[in-house]
Design a protein around this ligand. Structure first.
Ligand code: FRU
Length: 489
């Protein structure tokens, strides 16, 4: 279906109760609804926003278009949780309502100040010629959960030298000052991040561009995030316009990080090493982090990408968020691990220990559609080995280690209903290790795979048939020992 501008920029109050109920029941019939991921009740979800801990609870908002699986008038939808695992839907957090956010309350972040949660976001306005005007806006949430928008933007201009692709403020505090990074495009159409500072979150001063050694790296950097971890500076962003390069950058847009010395907020220099992708799967974008009360740095991403059709579109909804991951640094790399709280989802456990020798095996009752599984392979001389899961007649998602090339390979060619095939159906990354560990979280239409304790992550949607539930183990051209533990979820 083609969506007209009127349909895309309609407000939710213009829909009748019956219309919304009808949308909801259509969505509920979809066979690919998730069971332990945050997903929209109707319509489209994209970036996580305002991820924070406030007043004894985790708060997480997301970009939401209520009426269908397309990008239209965006709201912030609010969810909250006491444990990062069980989330409850609160309702709309920020609605576009004035001339500064008339065409969407775009992405942003949250920070507590003076007893209130401050939400800094981009108001997206369009003029009559459909020109874009970004404003950085503020809303505050009090302890009763009431959210109030400021009537005027806190940053009402794009600084000279940048285009109107200027959005997604991520705020933090250092000493007495607040800082925010904003994703930007220079007038020469290259992407970058700029820095602002403020003493009160209301008055912001443009400090200048963050000086990286990537003067020409894509045409726009969306959703930046900056934090200090283990005394290093980490700058995360989602660059658009990178070309595929070996096993890298095969998705439509990428997201990754620069790891370096702490950002010098005075002269804005950031000394860092090469850009690294955060995730090697098919569906991951626009992540955001926060600090938990116990000091952990936690990241959640959008399990989707713009401008790609997904099989759930036909049922009136699209996308979900990833599970929360704890981020740490090992060597010159970010390590991502599922947060420990996720263990509370574990139900019945099963285990297998076996040797595979040029064969493919299934085990009695060792099957599932929603589960967590840890498989460890060791003592291998096989050319390749791995697993097929959500497998059935003519369907399977393959995860393997190619020991000749020393690469992890995820293949969704036969995973089920096709998605984003124009961008390929295989993702790979190099890994050289004597033991290979796959840690999977499989939901009805997704998989998140942590390799060797978070060295690499592959996040992907898959759209198998409901009865594709086999788990197969294989080794080719030799043998391997393996141990697998699985918990139903
Ligand atoms: C990233 C993004 C952001 C923007 C938001 C709009 O996916 O394009 O840059 O704020 O989505 O929904």
């Amino acid at each position: 279906m083609e969506w007209t501008k009127e349909q895309r920029y309609r407000k939710i109050e213009d829909a009748s109760k019956e219309e919304l109920l009808k949308l909801r029941s259509e969505v509920m019939e979809c066979k690919w609804r998730q069971t332990f991921h945050i997903q929209p009740e109707t319509g489209l979800l994209n970036d996580p926003n305002g991820f924070s801990y406030y007043n004894g609870e985790y708060h997480l908002f997301y970009q939401w278009f209520p009426f269908g699986p397309v990008h239209g008038l965006k709201y912030w939808y609010h969810t909250k949780s006491k444990d990062l695992v069980h989330w409850s839907n609160v309702g709309i957090g920020i609605e576009p309502s004035n001339r500064y956010d008339s065409h969407g309350a775009y992405s942003g972040s949250a920070i507590e100040h003076d007893g209130k949660l401050h939400l800094l976001y981009t108001g997206n306005a369009r003029d009559e010629e459909w020109g874009r005007h970004p404003y950085q806006c503020l809303a505050t949430m009090d302890k009763t959960g009431k959210i109030e928008k400021s009537s005027e933007p806190v940053i009402d201009k794009v600084p000279i030298g940048y285009t109107d692709h200027f959005r997604d403020p991520k705020v933090w505090k250092e000493g007495k000052e607040f800082y925010a990074v904003i994703g930007a495009q220079r007038e020469n159409e290259t992407g970058c991040v700029v820095l602002y500072r403020s003493l009160d979150l209301l008055h912001w001063e443009f400090a200048g561009e963050v000086q990286t050694n990537l003067p020409s790296f894509g045409y726009m950097w969306e959703c930046p995030d900056y934090f200090v971890l283990q005394d290093k500076g980490v700058l995360i962003f989602s660059p658009q316009g990178l070309k595929p390069d070996g096993d890298h950058y095969h998705n439509i847009y990428q997201s990754g990080y620069l790891l370096g010395t702490r950002l010098d907020v005075k002269d804005r220099t950031f000394t860092h090493n090469a850009f690294q992708e955060l995730d090697r799967g098919f569906d991951f974008y626009a992540p955001q982090t926060m600090i938990a009360p116990d000091g952990r740095r936690i990241l959640i991403g959008w399990m989707g990408l713009p401008e790609i059709d997904y099989p759930t579109d036909q049922s009136g909804w699209a996308h979900c968020l990833t599970l929360p991951r704890e981020v740490t640094i090992r060597g010159d790399k970010l390590i991502q691990q599922p947060v420990k709280e996720l263990q509370s989802l574990r139900k019945e456990q099963q285990q297998i220990r076996d040797v595979l020798d040029q064969e493919k095996k299934v085990y009695n009752h060792f099957t599932g559609t929603t589960f967590e599984m840890v498989c460890e392979f060791e003592d291998f001389d096989a050319d390749e080995f791995g697993i097929e899961f959500r497998a059935g007649d003519n369907e399977r998602t393959i995860l393997k280690y190619d020991a000749r090339q020393k690469k992890i390979v995820l293949n969704r060619t036969h995973s089920g209903a096709p998605v984003g095939e124009a961008f390929g159906t295989e993702r790979k990354c190099s890994l050289d290790a004597p033991k290979i560990k796959f840690h999977l979280f499989v939901d009805i239409s997704s998989v998140e795979i942590f390799i060797n304790d978070g060295e690499e992550v592959f996040t992907s949607r898959i759209f198998p048939k409901t009865d594709s539930r086999e788990i197969r183990f294989f080794a080719e051209g030799g043998s391997t020992l393996f141990h697998a533990a699985k918990w139903d979820i």
